[in-house]
Design a protein around this ligand. Sequence first.
Ligand code: NI
Ligand code: MN
Length: 228
Amino acid sequence: MAIIKYLGHAAFEIVLTGLDGAEKTILIDPWINNPNSPVKLEDYKNRKIDYIFVTHDHGDHLGNAIDIAKLTGAKLVGIFEIALYAQEQGVKTVDGNIGGRLRIDDIYAVLTPAYHSSNRGAPTGVVISGKDVTVYHAGDTGLFCEMSLIGELYQPDIALLPIGGHYTMGVKEAVKAVQMIRPKIAIPMHYNTFPPIRTNPEEFKKLVESTTPIKVVILKPGETLAYP
Ligand code: NI
Ligand code: MN
């Protein structure tokens, strides 16, 4: 099973059952200084975090990843250039690249393409699989046709998709993305953090649910979804 907690913007905390049956706690793009964040850096002082995934090197995604890795001893996972940078800061890392399946202890992960930019390395999304649940975090991206391949190959149960427009897909493109990926549940992200990405997630929900059997779950920062 998986428990997905939204930390605002593109940041999530996911508790996933690993292949060994034990719970792994995973952060993705932990920019917890975001204006809507329900958590603070100090909150991680006594927390067990196993892995921190970083989709790309922009401030709102690399965010507090290095600080949290230092506080918790978590392994930072990302594309080669980001992992190298983190390693230089004294952080434990797992480096990868787009399209190669990584076995990281008792979970699997694949870095996926993303149509975007990045300071170090190429921008990515990530598919993370435990024993029985697969989650796809698209990172920052425009719409691209290979999303249907990601859906076909990895069959994510849950897709975390940007809907804010301006720097990433907006609602129209994200609806098409859901139709191509065909997860069980889609969760919108990367909206309403600052004025250019102001968007109504209810519109995304209405358009997805009226054209597909897929459920959209809108999480407010701090809210969680348990799946299945
Ligand atoms: Ni970005
Ligand atoms: Mn971003």
